[in-house]
Write a protein that binds this ligand. Structure first.
Ligand code: SF4
Ligand code: SF4
Length: 82
């Protein structure tokens, strides 16, 4: 089952978004490459694994919640909310 959660009455989520486990991320950048909207970039800092994890940056609200990033992540670091 894909790591997608749908909003319910307890959430005030309006636009799709993702959350990234930045300590588990190994910086492989697959999610960066496969995001069709360019919403994922590298962080400036280095995590415990010694790599730059990724950052969700969506100022223009382009994320569609397509889940490509979560599907492609080999370590299941990404959860999609829509
Ligand atoms: S859900 Fe889709 S559009 Fe949103 S960050 Fe992931 S790949 Fe990009
Ligand atoms: S695909 Fe997963 S492990 Fe690779 S950079 Fe993205 S979040 Fe990190």
């Amino acid at each position: 089952m894909w790591p997608v959660r749908r909003k319910d009455k307890r959430d005030d989520i309006i636009m799709p978004k993702i959350e990234i486990n930045k300590e588990r991320c190994k910086g492989c950048r697959l999610c960066v490459v496969y995001c069709p909207k360019g919403c994922i970039r590298l962080e400036d800092f280095i995590n415990k694994r010694g790599v730059h994890p990724v950052l969700f940056l969506d100022k223009d609200k382009k994320c569609t919640g397509c889940s490509f990033c979560a599907i492609m992540c080999p370590d299941m670091c990404i959860e999609v909310y829509k």
